[in-house]
Write a protein that binds this ligand. Structure first.
Ligand code: FEO
Length: 164
């Protein structure tokens, strides 16, 4: 059984995860417009990951006999000044999502909601992975930033990302 405050916060997190999916899909479209199909694929896979995250929260609320409330998804940015800026935004977004997960953990502890605190541990671990993935991509882009040939080569490398 979820307390109302926890249920509301989990519903907001569904929205955060769906927005994340939207943001990365928007980045995918931006990279397609630049002809960088490898980066576009990487972001599309990331977008699908976010949908899975949203569904984990959805399923958990249902499992706890709570009520899922889907909220409006805000419009993402459609273009960035450069590949570097887009990838920086992706990393910063993951840091932001980590802070939202931590807020949920804090709330579950405040309410003494052990089940939700336990459920959230998967996301605490997942965010370490999420930040690392985007940080690694950011570092690679920084290395090749001003070298178009190297950027095209990197595009080919990042296209190897596989869906989990
Ligand atoms: Fe759902 Fe990328 O965190």
């Amino acid at each position: 059984m979820l307390e109302r405050e926890m249920e509301d916060a989990l519903n907001k997190q569904i929205n955060e995860e769906l927005y994340s999916a939207y943001l990365y899909l928007s980045m995918s479209a931006y990279f397609e417009s630049l002809g960088l199909s490898g980066f576009a694929k990487w972001m599309k896979i990331q977008s699908k990951e976010e949908l899975k995250h949203a569904m984990k929260f959805f399923d958990y609320i249902v499992l706890q006999n709570g009520t899922v409330k889907l909220l409006p998804i805000k419009e993402p940015v459609h273009s960035w000044d450069s590949v570097l800026r887009a990838v920086e935004s992706a990393y910063q977004h993951e840091v932001y999502i980590t802070s939202k997960i931590y807020e949920l953990v804090d709330l579950s502890q405040k309410l003494g909601d052990k089940a939700t605190e336990n459920f959230l541990q998967w996301f605490v671990e997942e965010q370490v992975e999420e930040e690392k993935n985007s940080y690694d991509l950011l570092n690679k882009v920084k290395m090749v930033e001003k070298n178009v040939a190297a950027l095209i080569q990197l595009d080919s490398i990042v296209s190897n990302r596989k869906e989990d």
